[in-house]
Structures are given as C-alpha cells and as structure tokens.
Design a protein around this ligand. Structure first.
Ligand code: ZN
Length: 233
C-alpha cells in the first residue's frame, strides 16, 4: 500500500468513479473534490453522494481509506461559458470539429483548484479521469496538456504534485474492464447503476449500461464501450 495521500477529481460519472476505485486500491488515504459550475447535467452532483455512501457500505476495505469530500462552487465558470453543457441548447459541432459541449478552460481550472486544496491538505497526488482516446477531441483532456499543467502548477506553487490519469490511454470498453478488475462484479454494478454520464441529465430510462437518453454523444460512448466490454470478456 502506497502511503501517499491522493485527491480524486470526482464528478459522479463513470470515468471519475473508476478513478476513485483506482486510487482507493492504491493509497491509504483518498479525498474527493467536485465542482458545481452550473452544469446542465447537475444530476451528476447528486450521484456523487450516493456513490460515496455506497462505497462506504459495500466496499469496507475502500471505505476506511475514503476521507473528506469537497464540493467547490465554480458558478463563475458557468457564467462565462456559453456551451451546451451550461446552457439549454442542442449539442452541435463547430467548424474546427470541437463539440459545443467543450467548456474552455474547465480542466485547467479544476486541476488548479484541486492543487490549491491539495497543497493546504498536504496531498501530492491528484487523480483525474482525463482520457485522450475517447476525449471527443477536447484539448484539455490530452496527455500533453495535463503534463504541461503539472509542470506549471509545480513551478507556480513550489510543490511536487503528480497528476495521475489512469484512463488516459484506455478506450471506453477498457474502462469497464478496469472497473471490474478493481472491484469485481459488485463495483461494475455500482458503476452501471449509480454513476451518471448523459449530457442531457436524463434518468428516466435504465439500460444495461446505466441511465441516460441513449442518443447524446456521451451516452453513445458509454453504451458502445459497454457493448465492447461484453464482447471481449
Ligand atoms: Zn444522453
């Protein structure tokens, strides 16, 4: 067991919940941080507490390592963003190929706030679910962007943070496999039934891969990944 402490960027979605299990399998102390930035799918935020409670109840070996949860108010980001995640508008693609679900600067802000909190709490490992493979082309999910940010944070805070991104080179099918390898079928079920991914915040219909509208880009990625996972046990 690694004696370092870690802080997981935890949104209540599939990826960050898998990252949380990854950290709980490695570190003796794990704290979580989430951000309320006026996202349309605020349902994610309510999933966070359900998931944390479930982990404590159903995975006691993880629960005893799970520390404080921090929810940060970043409504300012919603005010300055004009995207399909923060406004009632249809999901579309811009001329240069980025979907309008891209919130410029989001991951840079999230990791900066996480580092500021971690600094105060004596934590030097930041764990985040960015993924270059299935990132919808979001530039701030790319490995180079995260590594550059790690350097900038360490230079700017005279610190030695390590930003760990266990999903960076996985596809969505691999991420389901990772969840199962970390916590078995019980954890796979938790991810399927308690995490939220749908961009539209839809939770009326439950599929074998979880809740969602089934048609937005985020649901498609999740559903296709689950199908790929089932096809390659
Ligand atoms: Zn959806």
């Amino acid at each position: 067991m690694n004696t370092a402490k870690s802080l997981v960027l935890f949104s209540g979605g599939q990826d960050s919940t898998t990252c949380l299990a990854w950290a709980l399998s490695r570190y003796h102390r794990v704290e979580t941080i989430g951000f309320d930035y006026g996202q349309r799918h605020a349902i994610e935020l309510s999933c966070r507490q359900t998931i944390l409670t479930s982990i404590r109840q159903r995975f006691p070996q993880w629960g005893e390592r799970l520390g404080d949860d921090h929810l940060i108010n970043l409504q300012t980001l919603g005010q300055i963003s004009d995207t399909a995640l923060t406004r009632e508008r249809a999901i579309a693609y811009s001329q240069h190929g980025l979907p309008n679900t891209f919130v410029p600067g989001r991951n840079i802000l999230f990791l900066s706030f996480a580092a500021a909190l971690a600094y105060r709490r004596g934590i030097d490992r930041l764990v985040a679910g960015m993924c270059q493979t299935d990132s919808s082309g979001y530039p701030d999910c790319r490995d180079d962007a995260i590594k550059a940010l790690q350097v900038a944070l360490n230079c700017g805070m005279a610190s030695r943070f390590c930003i760990e991104t266990p999903l960076m080179w996985l596809n969505k099918g691999d991420i389901w496999h990772l969840a199962q390898s970390l916590g078995g079928v019980d954890f796979l079920d938790l991810v399927r039934h308690e995490t939220h991914t749908c961009y539209l915040g839809e939770r009326r219909e439950q599929h074998d891969w979880g809740w969602g509208c089934g048609t937005c880009p985020s649901c498609r990625l999740r559903a296709d990944g689950y199908a790929a996972f089932l096809a390659s046990p």
